[in-house]
Design a protein around this ligand. Structure first.
Ligand code: NI
Length: 161
């Protein structure tokens, strides 16, 4: 492994371990529990996991652009429209988890080869993120997963009670 600033190494570690965290978080839930809507306008576990897989496909594309282009524009995506219009229930939840896990593992291999300076490369999101570094993107997507895993844990508790 090449020499790398510890902060970046930790960010990559957090990013990669997300795949395993997601797999563990849905373990033991039945099909009907996955499809259950916790309330009006609230996402089911299935929708939430598809959202995470779609989010990561976008995330990794954004990171690739930041590495390969100078200050690329990072297009915002309408996450609610993704859930509403991309037929989450027709997709396979286990496949979504596998894609999430594989994509993170594969892209972590790329991130580990980068020079420290590449983590400070930037892109500009045409939405709420604004100007953001590669390191910031890696960190954001780990936080995004953790945010949704907390919600998933709340849904789990409600189902078990
Ligand atoms: Ni989200």
């Amino acid at each position: 492994m090449k020499a790398m600033n510890k902060r970046y190494r930790d960010l990559i570690e957090q990013f990669e371990v997300g795949g395993e965290k997601l797999r563990v978080a849905i373990r033991g839930l039945t099909q009907s529990e996955m499809l259950l809507k916790p309330g009006p306008g609230k996402w089911s576990v299935q929708e939430l996991v598809i959202h995470l897989a779609d989010g990561d496909a976008i995330a990794i594309d954004r990171m690739k652009r930041v590495i390969t282009e100078d200050n690329p524009t990072l297009l915002r995506a309408d996450e609610q429209a993704y859930v509403d219009r991309l037929h989450c229930d027709a997709q396979d939840l286990q496949d979504a988890v596998t894609l999430f896990e594989l994509n993170r593992r594969q892209f972590a291999r790329v991130l580990r080869e980068l020079d420290d300076s590449e983590f400070e490369r930037v892109g500009t999101h045409n939405g709420e993120l604004g100007r953001i570094t590669l390191a910031g993107l890696v960190e954001n997507y780990s936080k995004h997963l953790d945010h949704h895993l907390q919600r998933l844990e709340q849904i789990r508790r409600r189902i078990i009670e």
